[in-house]
Design a protein around this ligand. Structure first.
Ligand SMILES: [Zn+2]
Length: 270
């Protein structure tokens, strides 16, 4: 027993000397990745708040782990920033805007796209996958169900040349429990959320679009566009259970009041 313990301690010391086994997250930056306005929020809550306008945030999250940078979600395409008044989408139901690019924000932090070690997107809607190809050689973690979900006209949702790790469930990205991809299908077939364990802030779950804003979370409402109602409700419950177990906060990507109250890059959460 004692010998085993000493042997394990010795291994830990040796492994600790290798950068590949360096553990833990020390910084999480929230990056502005666009914004949206809709004239009718019942798009996300059928039959409720019909005709009530809503504004939504759209964030990306850059996480610094001892083994390197990890990017969660990529927001609206940087090209949208070329239209200062924004663009309309979803047959006019949405007005989308980007007042600064993801590339410029990374540059301001001194992070080159090629320096990012790995990335993941919550799902393949355009306000989340817009800049995946800013990082053509960065390993992308995506659920197999999302990867294989046919796009418009049966087109693939990803550039087939992009390096990818296909997941069928959760994934502890760095092997130390600090960054864990959570399989939370329902909004799309392979939707995923992210659990980040920060040393000072504590545990945080980044929602993706498992829920769009707090009112829908509190009332378990879901948009009619979701691919599965049952899966969505099960995923919301799963997230609620994880929040309770981890004493974690839920950071809802598109909830503008919550997002407005959060620190944005260059400030960061520790
Ligand atoms: Zn979505």
């Amino acid at each position: 027993m004692r010998l085993a313990r000493i042997a394990m301690a010795a291994c830990a010391v040796v492994l600790g000397a290798l950068p590949a086994s360096a553990a833990g997250v020390d910084k999480l930056y929230i990056l502005y990745c666009g914004e949206a306005a809709a004239a009718d929020q019942s798009r996300w809550s059928p039959g409720v708040n019909v005709g009530v306008p809503i504004e939504l945030s759209d964030n990306c999250y850059l996480i610094h782990h001892a083994q390197g940078w990890f990017l969660w979600d990529t927001g609206l395409a940087d090209a949208v920033a070329a239209a200062p008044d924004g663009v309309t989408a979803a047959n006019g139901a949405l007005h989308l805007k980007r007042t600064k690019t993801l590339a410029a924000q990374l540059d301001a932090l001194g992070v080159k796209p090629a320096e990012i070690k790995a990335m993941a997107i919550s799902h393949t809607h355009p306000d989340h996958i817009g800049n995946v190809e800013l990082f053509p050689q960065v390993m992308l973690y995506v659920q197999k169900a999302e990867y294989e979900w046919p796009g418009e006209g049966g087109a693939p949702r990803f550039n087939p040349n992009h390096p990818v790790t296909l997941l069928e469930g959760d994934r502890d990205v760095f092997g130390d429990g600090s960054v864990t991809i959570l399989s939370t299908p329902g909004h799309t077939p392979g939707h995923q959320a992210l659990l980040v364990r920060l040393p000072k802030t504590g545990a945080v779950v980044l929602s993706g679009d498992a829920v769009h804003f707090k009112d829908n979370w509190d009332n378990r409402r879901l948009p009619s566009m979701n691919t599965s109602k049952e899966q969505t409700l099960a995923s919301m419950q799963r997230i609620a259970d994880i929040l309770a177990k981890e004493h974690a906060q839920l950071w809802i990507n598109h909830d503008k009041p919550q997002s407005d109250a959060q620190m944005k890059a260059p400030d960061y959460y520790e």
